[in-house]
Write a protein that binds this ligand. Structure first.
Ligand SMILES: Nc1ncnc2c1ncn2[C@@H]1O[C@H](COP(=O)(O)OP(=O)(O)OP(=O)(O)O)[C@@H](O)[C@H]1O
Ligand SMILES: [Mg+2]
Length: 208
């Protein structure tokens, strides 16, 4: 589909404070050293429309948001990002590293909130990402209490209970077990440089 061979699509997932932002910077530097062009994006966000939706989603004042409304807003932000940024970049041969993608929706709104995973799949396939699929998903796995103790943004999602975040974590682990060819699960409690070494190992296998 016009997607050049060299461009890869990598997503980073996991609960809060696992080190996604930290490791994404290192992964991007690695890809660039190899002469690849790289676009870094975060979800929700990355376009004007998606950043506006992000502000609504993460604002702690929006306490009364229904899970269904939350789900649709995340998907709306993603649809805009896929059409406006991700697909065009990949088809120009630019690799994309994305801080959260559809697995976060499955984990938070599916496993966390209890919304239907098959409904998420149907809407996503039809309206959000088509058949776009990451070449690799790095799951930075950590106990949510430990991740959140690393500091945090105190946004609307972070204010959810520890039980909620533990369901989310288990959801991520379940998806990783079901999709081992796409997933790399890394113990995010390890030191930053050790996590980076493990990310690099799997990344190099995918890039080859
Ligand atoms: N492996 C690690 N060991 C100890 N501290 C870490 C590790 N990785 C990241 N940190 C620190 O933990 C904090 C959170 O890291 P970072 O922002 O990269 O996580 P994140 O997954 O992007 O979080 P969020 O979900 O809030 O965006 C930062 O202060 C970072 O320096
Ligand atoms: Mg981050």
């Amino acid at each position: 589909m016009g997607r050049l061979k060299k461009a890869v699509f990598i997503t980073f997932e996991g609960t809060e404070g696992g080190g996604k932002s930290t490791q994404i910077r290192k992964a991007a530097a690695l890809l660039r050293r190899q002469g690849r062009r790289v676009l870094l994006l975060r979800e929700p966000g990355g376009t004007r429309v998606s950043e506006a939706v992000r502000a609504v989603l993460l604002d702690p004042k929006n306490k009364g948001m229904r899970p269904e409304a939350e789900l649709l807003l995340y998907l709306a932000a993603r649809a805009q990002l896929v059409f406006e940024k991700i697909t065009p970049a990949l088809s120009r041969g630019v690799s994309v590293i994305l801080d959260r993608f559809e697995d976060s929706t499955r984990a938070y709104q599916g496993f966390g909130r209890g919304l239907s995973l098959s409904a998420i799949e149907t809407v996503s396939r039809n309206w959000v990402r088509g058949d776009l699929k990451p070449d690799l998903t790095i799951l930075l796995d950590i106990d949510p209490a430990r991740g959140m103790a690393r500091g945090g943004r105190h946004d609307r999602m972070e204010k959810e209970s520890l039980r909620f975040h533990r369901r989310v974590r288990q959801g991520f682990l379940k998806m990783a077990r079901r999709n081992p060819e796409r997933y790399e699960v890394i113990d995010a409690a390890l030191p930053i440089e050790e996590v980076a070494r493990l990310v690099k190992g799997r990344l190099e296998r995918v890039l080859r």
